[in-house]
Design a protein around this ligand. Structure first.
Ligand SMILES: Cc1cc2nc3c(=O)[nH]c(=O)nc-3n(C[C@H](O)[C@H](O)[C@H](O)COP(=O)(O)O)c2cc1C
Length: 305
């Protein structure tokens, strides 16, 4: 049996982690990935507290394997989410988009394994100092919210591996076993994969969005909204509006109003491909099929081996 630090840390069979993703990774996707021997993660960032609780209970009913929850620290309702995670005895939490020192010790007091997502070795060191058990090094290619530094996975993975002595999980631009192998050779002990799982049957993303991912070509994504919270998305009408606003140097508040909370839901969950925000990584141009999550995990793993 394959063994390494990430497999031991999470008590899983394959060091393939399905990323927590707003409007995409609910209990169906997370439990399917965990049942396939990887680690499924519920994306709590788009969920009200009672919705998160329902997903946790359904996930526990659908798998007896470990699974986790992603908590983006910039979202509202964080305190309520953390309490529900503790009450429901979730074994693993991935925090992102915020300061890891805020909640790591609270979670660890309850025996929860904590991983923080970083985009630089400086933040990786902070996560280690905060007591995190591992870090995700997420490169510039990745879909969703991302660092301003624009460091690509090929540079970030070895840099973070050198900076910390806790296990490193690579993210950004990984959708195949060959890409996973490259990340592991660069020093990672596991991979976190987002975009490829958007194009899975179990993802809660709208079918229009899944099809847009399959149709996307190289150069169709961009890291936008750098003044606010940088996010990699598919270029569409919404992106053009954002770009124009940024060119016109509008204020942060005006940008926030343009974005609103509903844009991500409109695009990724309701399938409005022009007016909605469509978060996806550069690797979408290599994704060709919508497949069951179990097939995705096994395809990547068998190619890696
Ligand atoms: C649709 C979508 C939604 C995402 N939502 C979140 C999120 O809520 N929290 C988070 O930490 N990262 C989020 N991400 C980033 C992923 O967790 C992951 O790190 C990234 O997708 C990895 O890069 P890849 O897309 O190249 O696989 C999201 C990514 C996508 C594609």
């Amino acid at each position: 049996m394959f063994q390494n630090s990430i497999i031991k840390l999470f008590n899983i069979e394959k060091p393939i982690i399905q990323a927590g993703m707003i409007w995409a990774s609910g209990w169906r996707l997370a439990s399917a990935v965990s049942n396939a021997g990887g680690l499924g993660i519920i994306g709590s960032g788009s969920m009200y507290p009672h919705v998160l609780q329902e997903h946790l209970q359904k996930c526990k009913a659908a798998t007896n394997k470990p699974f986790g929850v992603n908590v983006p620290l910039l979202y509202p309702d964080i305190d309520k989410h953390i309490q529900i995670i503790i009450d429901e005895k979730v074994p693993i939490v991935f925090t992102s988009a915020g300061n890891p020192s805020t909640f790591t010790s609270v979670l660890k007091k309850h025996g929860i394994t904590v991983v923080h997502v970083v985009s630089s070795s400086k933040f990786a060191l902070k996560a280690q100092q905060a007591g995190c058990d591992a870090v995700v090094a997420e490169g510039f290619e990745a879909g969703g919210h991302n660092g301003r530094e624009e460091t690509t996975s090929f540079v970030l993975i070895p840099a973070v591996c050198e900076a910390v002595n806790i296990p490193v999980i690579a993210a950004g631009g990984i959708a195949s076993g060959r890409q996973m192998l490259a990340a592991m050779i660069l020093g990672a002990s596991g991979v976190q994969i987002g975009s490829r799982f958007v194009a899975s049957q179990e993802a809660s993303s709208h079918i229009n969005f899944k099809n847009a991912v399959l149709e996307s070509k190289e150069g169709d994504t961009i890291l936008a909204l750098k003044k606010l919270t940088p996010v990699r998305l598919l270029k569409n009408e919404f992106y053009k509006e954002v770009e124009l606003a940024e060119q016109n140097c509008v204020s942060k508040t005006e940008l926030e109003n343009l974005l609103g909370r509903g844009r991500a839901k409109k695009g990724m969950f309701e399938g409005n491909l022009e007016e909605g925000e469509l978060e996806i990584g550069q690797v979408s141009s290599l994704i060709k099929k919508i497949l069951p999550a179990e097939v995705i995990v096994n395809e990547i793993w068998n190619e890696y081996l």
